[in-house]
Design a binder for this molecule. Structure first.
Ligand code: HEC
Length: 223
């Protein structure tokens, strides 16, 4: 009798263990969390400003067959979703000499921009849109708030050596202030002047426009 009981108990234990194994939840990459990169607001503007330029990877030029102006076009080649290290698109950002993108004489992307792209690819290169705004227009200092917007959306064309190709520079405070004084900056970002900016891309978000507008209204200080 005792042995039978033992066998039954042991049997139940084994079945319970097998069941619990079967129902074990596999470890999957977590659902999108707060530190996930947003394609629409963080990645696309970098591609549009630094890569999808005339003579480079806009639709008309399509250098090497790469058009880098929209999610579908960006995903068409060179991105191994989930693995930045094996993605050509990431590799070229880190190359030396003539293989590097953006190509010389343009400056390389900043370390922060490169890591944003890497993180986005590693997170699955998703077409994340309509993301919660990470922008707060209650602060509008030049270095902390205005300059980062220009860096993401404008300096691909108006930065450092890119600007030497005939683009007006917006790199330094003095450069930007000169455009404010010429009353050219605000009409450009509001799309009310003859040069709607960023060129060939959507308008900046209302929040980003508010930051630049408030900074200009405050006298465009070098703060
Ligand atoms: C893809 C390239 C590109 C990007 C990105 C870009 N611009 Fe421009 N921008 C140009 C070109 C080219 C011109 C010269 C006008 C022309 O040839 O159409 C110009 C002209 C301007 C002018 C001069 C307007 C005038 O009235 O003289 C301002 C100011 C300006 N851009 C601001 C910006 C700002 C601010 C951003 C970012 C929010 C930006 N641009 C992003 C290409 C670009």
């Amino acid at each position: 009798m005792k042995t039978t009981k033992l066998i039954i108990v042991a049997g139940i234990c084994i079945i319970a263990m097998m069941l619990s194994c079967k129902h074990e939840i596999p470890v999957l990459p977590g659902p999108p969390g707060e530190e996930d990169i947003c394609f629409e607001t963080e990645v696309l503007p970098i591609f549009q400003s630094y890569c999808a330029k005339s003579g480079c990877h806009d639709a008309a030029t399509a250098s090497d067959g790469y058009i880098l102006d929209s999610y579908n076009n960006i995903m068409a080649r060179g991105i191994d979703a989930g693995n930045a290290a094996s993605s050509k698109m990431y590799e070229v950002l880190n190359e030396d000499g003539d293989d590097r993108m953006p190509q010389q004489p343009n400056d390389p992307l900043s370390a922060a921009q490169i890591s944003t792209i890497a993180q986005w690819i590693n997170e699955g290169a998703q077409n994340t849109t309509g993301c919660a705004p990470v922008c707060d227009s209650s602060s509008f200092a030049y270095s902390a708030n205005v300059r980062p917007i220009l860096q993401t959306h404008c300096l691909g064309c108006h930065g450092g050596s890119a600007a030497s190709g005939g683009f007006i520079p917006l790199d330094t405070y003095d450069d930007v202030n000169a455009m404010v004084n010429a009353n050219a900056l605000l009409p450009a970002i509001l799309h009310t002047g003859s040069y709607p900016m960023p060129k060939n891309s959507a308008k900046l978000s209302d929040c980003k426009i508010a930051i630049i507008s408030k900074w200009i209204a405050a006298g465009a200080p070098n703060n």
